[in-house]
Design a binder for this molecule. Structure first.
Ligand SMILES: *Cc1c(COP(=O)(O)O)cnc(C)c1O
Length: 462
């Protein structure tokens, strides 16, 4: 198994290289050269297995023997032992045929743990084997930073530097990052906004000279291993509800499109999926593209579902590559045009997408209404991201005899502001985190200056 770029102009890479590389040199994203296939029998055999065992079987073809089976099984088992629920990602029934797939039982209470608990371990394994160390840099307005820190805190060969905008992330989100006191974890509070932090990380990747040859690694969802790890829960939920003998549908609260693209991969590998419903908040580029072929940037709106606040969906490129029949030149041309001006998809790829994807956009007022309505009907308090999914799933349900699985991407305690605005007294943090607000914190405040940040990273990496 080799990995190729969606823009067709970078050399193919091995799994190990693709995990360590991030973005392709031609600006594209890596995808597997061929899609592994699961027979109906192979899928049927997964029903009832542990999550770690399903994970091992689903990911094995992508790893391609580059990590030996015994080691890979151990990494997977360790990654999912950090989850507080024995099912890892339990299904919760909402009505006769609508289910919530709870992806928030990991260390930071959001679905990004599923991928990042494993990615940290895979990176550490490859670095150890190569006798190398690496530095991770990332900017966060919330979820990704804490999940990346939790995923890397035990990694001997990695140092992680996460930039967040000083005084502009919620207290729970800040403390989830800053209360991790491991020697390889560095939190930097930037005296600026998220875009300043993001720009400094981008500039550091573009010119890595300040690290004297140490590798800089990206753990955002352009990293193929994150997509790979997310394919697993689509398969696990599908077989739990009767696949391959029965089709299922999924509804996915979406932003950068990494999550729903993983679902599409599960479908391409043989999981029978009737449809994917893409839920967006007011930042609705995915919905506009699918519904109106309006593939254009719109100004960012700050919403009650902040982890879905994006202008551009980076992983949508991976789906476009499939929709354009893997024509890298056509994808490159479309995306270059899109960067400069409003663009539109060609007719054939768009209609191909519409065969499998539906979409719905949910504004803030509706998010609050849905949190109240879902509680009234099911006694569940949804987090605001999951609320967009709940509404989109109901509106775009399609064939009601097909089970609809809505992905619950965060625990409601993590986004208390929306829950309180919806009229609830708030949601307590789960027991393993109930002392979060008393834990010691460690972080460094730096000005929004590239040289100051790079000097800090260069001096503190081990
Ligand atoms: C990151 C995130 C999303 C969006 O996921 P994508 O893979 O970027 O589409 C949705 N909900 C929550 C809670 C998140 O943290």
């Amino acid at each position: 198994m080799r990995y190729i770029s969606t823009r067709g102009r970078s050399p193919a890479l091995s799994f190990e290289d693709v995990v360590l590389t991030g973005l392709a040199s031609d600006g594209g994203l890596y995808v597997p050269e061929t899609v592994p296939q699961f027979s109906r029998e192979a899928l049927a055999e997964m029903a009832g297995l542990s999550y770690a065992e399903i994970a091992f079987r689903v990911m094995k073809p992508f790893v391609n023997g580059e990590i030996d089976d015994e080691t890979f099984r151990r990494l997977v088992t360790e990654a999912y032992a950090t989850f507080s629920h024995d099912a890892v990602v339990p299904l919760n029934q909402l009505d006769a045929n609508h289910f919530l797939l709870e992806l928030f039982h990991g260390p930071t209470l959001a679905f990004k743990d599923v991928a990042l608990q494993l990615l940290g371990r895979i990176l550490d394994h490859f670095l150890k084997k190569r006798g190398e160390r690496a530095v991770i840099m990332g900017a966060t307005s919330g979820d990704t930073g804490s999940a990346a820190i939790e995923g890397c805190r035990h990694c001997d060969n990695l140092d992680i530097f996460i930039l967040h905008p000083h005084n502009r992330v919620s207290e729970v989100q800040r403390r989830q990052m800053t209360s991790v006191l491991a020697d390889n974890v560095f939190n930097i509070a930037i005296e600026g906004n998220f875009d300043d932090a993001q720009a400094m990380v981008k500039a550091s990747f573009a010119d890595q000279g300040f690290l004297d040859g140490t590798r800089l690694v990206a753990v955002n969802s352009i990293n193929w291993a994150r997509i790979m790890a997310q394919i697993v829960y689509y398969v696990a939920a599908g077989v739990a509800l009767g696949a391959p003998h029965r089709k299922v549908s999924f509804c996915v609260p979406s932003a950068n499109f990494g999550n729903v693209f993983a679902g599409f991969m599960a479908y391409r590998m043989g999981l029978p999926v009737e449809r994917f419903v893409i839920a967006t908040n007011a930042n609705d580029i995915l919905h506009r593209t699918l519904a109106d072929n309006d593939f254009s940037k719109k100004e960012l709106v700050a919403t009650l579902a902040p982890s879905m606040d994006i202008v551009v969906s980076s992983n949508f490129e991976r789906l476009l590559f499939e929709a354009y029949d893997r024509d890298g030149a056509a994808v490159a041309e479309l995306l270059e045009r899109f960067q400069a001006e409003p663009a539109a998809l060609a007719e054939a790829p768009l209609s191909r997408l519409r065969e499998r994807f539906a979409s719905h956009s949910v504004d803030d007022a509706t998010i609050l209404e849905v949190i109240r309505e879902a509680h009234h009907r099911t006694q569940e308090i949804l987090d605001p991201h999951t609320a967009t999914g709940y509404r989109a799933a109901e509106r775009e349900r399609g064939d009601e005899s097909v089970p609809m699985i809505t992905l619950a991407t965060a625990h409601p305690a993590k986004f208390a502001e929306a829950v309180v605005k919806a009229g609830f007294p708030g949601v307590p943090l789960p027991p393993h985190m109930d002392d979060l607000l008393e834990r010691e914190e460690r972080y460094t405040v730096l000005p929004a200056e590239l040289s100051a940040v790079q000097q800090f990273v260069a001096e503190n990496r081990r």
